[in-house]
Design a protein. Structure first.
Ligand code: COA
Ligand code: AMP
Length: 657
């Protein structure tokens, strides 16, 4: 590759690594500060790093008030489009500011102060954006829980973050059914206080506490016509006040943004780790605002007045960063789409939105592209719409396989850009920085490390491997602004989860390699995290749910290849001695159990009953070998295997299905 091809990006990258303080203090000018930072990195408590220790700002003010003051009050900030109900609504910057300031008043009236947590369990409706920005306005820390998670997952998150208020709605809409949220919340709270009149479900991840110890005081409910359930029906249940959104708004007064320190937390977002207990990723205020503002221009090439549509969910990091904060911090218009890429009503949904809202940048996941391809392989739907405003499609969330890439790239007039990141980093680690300099695309690679990230590939002992050799992808410390400073449960878990395996580095949990041009190839996880339709799940969480079935002795859940979703969860179980249960009944009960405890998003359907699980002599389940067999790959029988015949039995059981 000629040197000139990457010169500007290379210059920016080098500067970010050689003079990080200078680089990021310069980027900090993209944000409005109450007190502009004079210091970049605070490394006083390494390996816990903080950015902009003397900066003071308000992120909600940056996302809203700032643009109204700059004359963008009449520009659309948020365009809501629900393919589920057919409703559409736009909010200008002035209107969104008004709603947010008022809802901040609701939170205040309900005792929420700076630093308090607020759980947000909402579908893809404007209330989600309003509630998040209202928290930010008063310095409260939001914790959004994805609507596809059920009671146990919600309870675990509530127990860890200890919110004072939960903001919710009567429910979400999925094709052909509605999801009632209020019974799920009631069940989650009942699990925490051990209220057996509501639920008998008890899981290891929840420590039952007395009703007095429950942090939640109020559940604010936005009723929607399409889903039954009101605050009045639930008020008083599980010892909590359930209040109606509209009634609360009628009593509230608009609230001004409060000043917070750059290092104060903006939100906590839970993500799956290797154990059944999710990790609460902490996001700071100043570093995140700077990183997102920088990324909007330099990675996505989105400026004030442009339209960005991120077809994800506010429950995921992609939604936090590029449905809510990123576009609004840039003065752009964001589209909030409640619907699917296919079936709501057809595979033209994406192109309709692009045409209708003049979308410049679309951000989605490879699984959505595969879904469209399956239904509309010749892209007949695309031809029905004018998508000429589209400048690029960005994809993330899982590996972009080359077949999907080529299919989409051939059909579109604009580039298809893969980029790699994770909940922990909050924004891209490896990307094609289109705003700095569009780099040549290499299919299968998300391109080069983004400024600020010192990426390396190391072997199991932490030694850097050669170009082209696969190993653990790690990031040199300190991480750039925007990336997690720590975990909500404390520095200790942060250090042991991410910083201990390879001293001096943050372990991403992904494996991959770098080629001669420095392009990074991300191949998959090195831990027990699986990625189902771009949703990150822990096999440990699924195993814990399955273990609760009375007939189950042992279980191993692994991620196996799936044409549409990339991966899907497959459960291998053994039955307790003497347990007798019809196979079909068992499968039905396990599927229902996972759905009830973890949530429908686990999309758990595959169950294989075995006499024994394949293990090493020390009792470790041979997950990798199991996955290779299930995926039909060649495999080596591990030397440490306890009994090789168990693998034959596994193959026979899979073949019989
Ligand atoms: N609330 C309740 N249930 C939900 C939900 C939510 N917010 N989101 C998904 N579910 C349910 C679905 O209805 C489905 O239920 P079912 O088993 O009754 O059919 C189940 O969870 C699995 O959902 P999903 O894996 O999303 O599959 P799907 O068949 O509904 O849709 C795709 C498949 C590919 C269209 C869809 O997964 C998709 O658009 N993915 C994009 C991923 C994404 O944006 N990831 C974010 C990271 S960038
Ligand atoms: P999440 O934290 O839910 O965003 O999931 C992050 C994980 O998804 C990463 O650690 C990767 O395993 C995977 N991932 C995300 N984006 C990509 C990508 N572009 N290529 C390969 N894997 C990806």
């Amino acid at each position: 590759m000629a040197d000139t091809d990457v010169r500007r990006h290379a210059d920016e990258y080098r500067r970010s690594i050689e003079s990080p303080d200078e680089f990021w203090l310069e980027a900090a000018a993209l944000v409005d500060w109450r007190h502009a930072p004079e210091r970049g990195l605070d490394d006083g408590a390494a390996p816990i790093y903080r950015w902009f220790p003397d900066g003071i700002l308000n992120v909600s003010e940056n996302a809203l008030d700032r643009w109204v003051a700059a004359g963008r009050g009449d520009q659309v900030a948020l365009a809501y489009d629900s393919a589920m109900t057919g409703s559409k609504r736009t909010f200008t910057y002035s209107e969104l500011l008004h709603e947010v300031a008022l809802f901040a008043g609701v939170l205040r009236n309900n005792g929420v102060e700076k630093g308090d947590r607020v759980a947000i369990y909402l579908p893809m409706t404007p209330e989600a954006v309003i509630a998040m920005l209202a928290c930010a306005r008063i310095g409260a820390v939001h914790s959004v829980v994805f609507g596809g998670f059920a009671a146990n997952e919600l309870a675990v998150r509530i127990q860890d973050s200890r919110p004072r208020v939960i903001v919710t709605s009567s429910g979400g809409l999925e094709p052909g059914r509605s999801v009632e949220y209020l019974p799920i919340i009631e069940k989650a709270l009942a699990m925490i206080i051990g209220d057996r009149s509501v639920t008998d479900a008890v899981t290891q991840s929840i420590r039952v506490v007395s009703a007095d110890e429950l942090s939640v005081e109020t559940v604010i409910v936005r009723s929607r016509e399409a889903v039954p359930g009101t605050a009045a029906e639930f008020d008083g249940r599980v010892g909590v006040r359930w209040a109606d959104w509209d009634e609360e708004l009628a009593k509230a007064e608009a609230v001004e943004p409060v000043a917070v320190e750059a290092t104060d937390p903006l939100y906590v977002l839970y993500t799956s780790g290797t154990t059944g207990t999710p990790k609460g990723v902490v996001r700071d205020s100043g570093g995140y605002a700077v990183a997102l503002a920088w990324s909007m221009k330099n990675i996505y090439n989105v400026d004030a007045g442009d339209v960005m549509w991120t077809a994800s969910d506010v429950g995921w990091v992609v939604g936090h960063s590029y449905i809510v904060y990123g576009p609004l911090l840039a003065g752009a218009t964001t589209v909030l789409y409640e619907g699917k890429p296919i079936g709501t009503p057809d595979a033209g949904a994406f192109w309709r939105i692009v045409e209708e809202y003049d979308v410049k940048v679309l951000f989605s996941a490879p699984t959505a592209v595969r879904a469209i391809r399956r239904v509309d392989p010749d892209l007949i739907e695309l031809a029905r719409y004018d998508t000429s405003t589209l400048d690029a499609i960005f994809l993330a969330g899982e590996r972009l396989d080359t077949e999907t890439y080529h299919w989409m790239d051939k059909a579109l007039h604009c580039p298809v850009i893969d980029h790699w990141w994770q909940t922990e980093t909050g924004w891209a680690i490896v990307a094609n920085p289109r705003g700095i300099e569009p780099l040549p695309v290499k299919p299968g690679s998300p391109s080069l490390p983004v400024p600020g990230y010192r990426l390396a590939v190391v072997d199991g002992k932490g030694r850097q491997v050669e170009t082209g050799v696969e190993g653990n992808i790690v990031l040199g410390l300190p991480l750039p602004p925007g990336s997690l400073p720590t975990l909500w449960s404390g520095d200790e878990r942060y250090v042991s989860s991410y910083l201990t395996a390879f001293p001096g580095y943050y372990a991403t949990g992904d494996s991959g390699y770098v080629d001669d041009d420095g392009y990074v190839y991300v191949m998959g996880r090195t831990d027990d995290v699986i990625n189902v339709a771009g949703h990150r799940l822990s096999t440990g969480t699924l195993e814990e749910a399955i273990n609760h079935h009375p007939a189950i002795a042992e279980v191993a859940v692994i991620g196996i290849h799936d044409e549409l979703k990339g991966q899907r969860a497959a459960g291998f179980v053994t039955l307790k001695h003497g347990a007798s249960i019809d196979h079909d009944v068992l499968v039905k009960e396990l599927v229902a159990l996972v759905r009830e405890t973890v949530g429908p998003v686990a999309a758990f359907r595959d169950v294989t009953v075995l006499e024994r699980l394949p293990k090493t002599r020390s009792g470790k389940i041979l997950r990798k070998t199991m996955r290779q067999i299930a995926d039909g790959e060649t495999y080596k029988v591990p030397a440490t295997i306890e009994d090789p015949t168990v693998l034959e039995a596994l193959k026979a059981a899979l073949a019989a299905q």
